[in-house]
Design a protein around this ligand. Sequence first.
Ligand SMILES: Cc1cc2nc3c(=O)[nH]c(=O)nc-3n(C[C@H](O)[C@H](O)[C@H](O)COP(=O)(O)OP(=O)(O)OC[C@H]3O[C@@H](n4cnc5c(N)ncnc54)[C@H](O)[C@@H]3O)c2cc1C
Length: 365
Amino acid sequence: MESVECLIVGAGVIGLAVARALALAGREVVVVETESGIGSGVSSRNSEVIHAGIYYPTGLAKTRLCVDGKAMLYAFAREFGVPHKRCGKLLVAVNEGEVGKLVALKAQAEANGVTDLVWLSASQARALEPALNAERALLSPSTGIIDAHAFMTALSGDAEAHGAMIAFETPVLAGRVAERGLTIETGGLAPMRVFASHVVNAAGLGAQALARSIAGMPADRIPPLHLAKGNYFSLSGRSPFSRLIYPMPTPGGLGVHLTLDLAGEARFGPDVEWVDAIDYDVDPGRAASFAAAIRAYWPDLPEGALKPGYAGIRPKIARPGGSTTDFLIETEKDHGVNGLINLFGIESPGLTASLAIADWVARSL
Ligand SMILES: Cc1cc2nc3c(=O)[nH]c(=O)nc-3n(C[C@H](O)[C@H](O)[C@H](O)COP(=O)(O)OP(=O)(O)OC[C@H]3O[C@@H](n4cnc5c(N)ncnc54)[C@H](O)[C@@H]3O)c2cc1C
């Protein structure tokens, strides 16, 4: 049987960031991935926003990992030439009734260490973004956008430069707790059994299934998986905004907001649609509810300008209507399995937090 010191399951942004951190620390690292390339799961179906860390309740690991991860991500992107832009975002109260929510968000942000939010009056907001309808707004200067795929390419390149290997088309089928590690069975073109001293389960939407397939992993430490689909619509024509525009958050998501890609194209979403199975089709019929939400902050949205875009699925561990949950990163002291780290519920802001999560995992091995 082959053996390896650290086996990472999943070549999304989290698995790749963890692989790089461990390789930099001098560990022997192999990443196994079901698909034929990096980042074909949740990591390629998101908004590519570098989040400031405004919304999350203080005290959650998610909050600290987002704020720390943001600084690490900007530094990484500069060092490795990953396309990104600190474009800033506006949080918008469209009527007097929403201003109180903005006040609460500013207080939450400050408690989280995000102290750079700037109050804007209606006219100041319109001076920055003339198409905007706003009663008041908050400018978040440290919010930005990044090319997520280029980021993952840089992560995998640096991990490989430090000795990590990535095996594609290599799904993990099962595992077993062994003495001082785990035995893992993979399928695909070249099935194998491998002993790993450490296994990091970074399988995204497959994390619960993977944990369940490991004999000896206590079932009561595996959280449920709830699928919250996020649909996007793209805007035909030029974007009237040069910053990201966010209305007030809604249960399960951040409201139908406008984000930009690095080419300046605008897209709206993601909304929140609870689903029972993974499917990435965007129902064109949702355009009407998108248009209604968007016109609250952009009244001049032209008729027929929204085109179905893409969708992503949030790997939620709380059921619909549940409160905000933390990233659930479980080590031996949580589940009793020597050498295993499970990462569950890595929804937004997982891209922003990825480098900080990776450092945390590398330190706890
Ligand atoms: C709609 C949406 C919008 C988002 N927007 C943002 C944003 O703007 N900013 C931000 O910071 N975050 C955002 N996020 C969150 C971010 O995208 C995720 O937190 C992050 O991509 C999770 O990465 P991951 O590596 O855990 O998962 P994934 O990218 O899904 O990677 C997991 C990998 O594991 C593989 N795998 C699964 N099972 C197995 C197995 N048994 N064997 C081998 N391989 C396996 C899969 O094929 C996959 O490639 C968003 C998420 C969603 C859904």
